[in-house]
Ligand binder design. Structure first.
Ligand SMILES: CC(C)(COP(=O)(O)OP(=O)(O)OC[C@H]1O[C@@H](n2cnc3c(N)ncnc32)[C@H](O)[C@@H]1OP(=O)(O)O)[C@@H](O)C(=O)NCCC(=O)NCCS
Length: 178
């Protein structure tokens, strides 16, 4: 039996109805409430892959593109794009659904990074992930570029020490394909 784990093995899905307690005075969902659900779903995907506790270490820029209304159902889907040494990149998609009007739309898309930790809260190694489909392979490759970019922007990685960014960064940024 092939015991190699793939991105789809890590997939996690959560749905919730938006209730009054989740909304602002405009009757739309609080951004912070949505971020909390995204973090929870992404943590499930990270831990499903790692098999140990994972904590959020960074959240890439998040854009709220469409307000989610009271009474709509919010569905969050998350999966691991790539596992590095102790960290994992998780991609998250958010959709809102109006069950009465039978409309569904994408509202949010983000990348969160998690670190697997041991019982002392120290980073612990994670096993690699094995992308299978063309889309998973593309996400896997892009994840390495995004990792270098976010570490560079945080001052944790010098540009001269990057492997993937040098040739591809400008091209990928200009294509808005990172
Ligand atoms: C996560 C934590 C254990 C990492 O500790 P650390 O001493 O920074 O560990 P390291 O420098 O060895 O980095 C560990 C991994 O995190 C990655 N990392 C660190 N900062 C990062 C950032 N800003 N963005 C992306 N990855 C980051 C490193 O690249 C490394 O990954 P790798 O092993 O795959 O190469 C520590 O920062 C922590 O406990 N943070 C709080 C986490 C938490 O409580 N989250 C919930 C929010 S309340």
């Amino acid at each position: 039996m092939d015991s190699r784990k793939t991105p789809s093995d890590s997939r996690a899905v959560m749905s919730e109805v938006v209730l009054p307690n989740d909304t602002n005075p405009h009757g739309t969902m609080f951004g912070g409430r949505l971020l909390s659900l995204m973090d929870k779903c992404a943590a499930v995907a990270a831990m499903r892959h790692a098999g140990i506790v994972c904590v959020t270490v960074s959240v890439d820029s998040v854009e709220f593109t469409s307000p989610i209304q009271l009474g709509e159902v919010v569905t969050i889907e998350a999966w691991v794009n790539r596992a590095f040494h102790t960290s994992l990149e998780v991609e998250i998609l958010v959709e809102a659904e109006n069950l009465i009007q039978k409309e569904r739309r994408q509202c949010n898309h983000a990348y969160f990074t998690f670190v697997a930790v041991n019982e002392h809260g120290k980073p612990d190694s994670v096993h690699p992930i094995h992308p299978e489909t063309d889309l998973e392979k593309k996400r896997y490759e892009r994840a390495a570029m995004r990792r270098e970019l976010r570490l560079h922007l945080k001052g944790r990685l010098d540009l001269k020490d990057t492997i993937y960014l040098k040739d591809d960064l400008i091209a990928a940024i200009s294509r808005r394909d990172l």
